[in-house]
Design a protein around this ligand. Structure first.
Ligand SMILES: CC(C)(COP(=O)(O)OP(=O)(O)OC[C@H]1O[C@@H](n2cnc3c(N)ncnc32)[C@H](O)[C@@H]1OP(=O)(O)O)[C@@H](O)C(=O)NCCC(=O)NCCS
Length: 165
């Protein structure tokens, strides 16, 4: 497996992986309409370009035998709390989940943010998402919960989790 930092040239790869993973990860959690609304909101080319070029989200892609099989993105949480980083996204091709790619992506993120002064890594996860177990296994603890309005009457019903890095 190879993990590489990527930029806007990889937007189609990220979109393709997002479509495949979201369909499975959220099929029992979100309505089809909300899933499609959120995919457009977060993964349209314009939105991804803004995340990369304006919001400072760094994207990484994991490839197995040169096939993109998962991705993650991260950033500082905000400009006032420079020791806190946020894992924005982490998704692994459903066909390859459980084979160590998610952990490798997370380890890579941590190895990148430590030299930047990170003390903790936070994330939001849907309260019904099975990924909760993955995060707990890797040391994250729940520090709060939040229902975040995202437009069109939809909400993200999240736990907030963190781990010391
Ligand atoms: C969550 C996700 C990124 C984890 O990646 P993965 O490649 O499947 O996980 P790994 O194989 O690296 O697992 C690492 C460890 O966590 C454990 N683990 C993985 N998923 C788990 C789960 N749902 N519950 C409990 N433990 C889990 C594994 O057994 C493994 O333990 P081990 O080291 O003792 O063998 C991946 O399953 C995924 O993309 N899920 C769907 C999308 C999603 O919900 N993303 C998060 C959005 S917030």
């Amino acid at each position: 497996m190879e993990i590489t930092k990527v930029g806007v040239e990889s937007i189609p790869t990220i979109q393709s992986l997002a479509n495949t993973t979201w369909a499975v990860a959220y099929r029992e959690i979100l309505s089809e309409a909300q899933m499609s609304y959120m995919l457009d909101l977060i993964y349209s080319a314009a939105s991804l370009q803004k995340q990369i070029e304006e919001l400072g989200h760094r994207f990484i892609v994991a490839s197995v035998n040169n096939v993109a099989s998962g991705f993650a993105s991260y950033s500082v949480k905000n400009k006032k709390e420079l020791g806190i980083f946020k894992l924005q996204k982490i998704y692994v091709d459903p066909a390859l989940q459980g084979s160590g790619i998610g952990k490798a992506l997370l380890d890579f993120v941590i190895s990148e943010i430590r030299p930047l002064g990170a003390k903790t890594l936070e994330l939001n996860v849907n309260r019904h998402n099975k990924a909760l177990g993955f995060y707990q296994k890797l040391g994250f603890v729940i520090i709060g919960e939040k229902d975040i309005p995202i437009g069109n009457g939809y909400f993200m019903n999240d736990f907030i989790m963190k781990v010391n890095v």
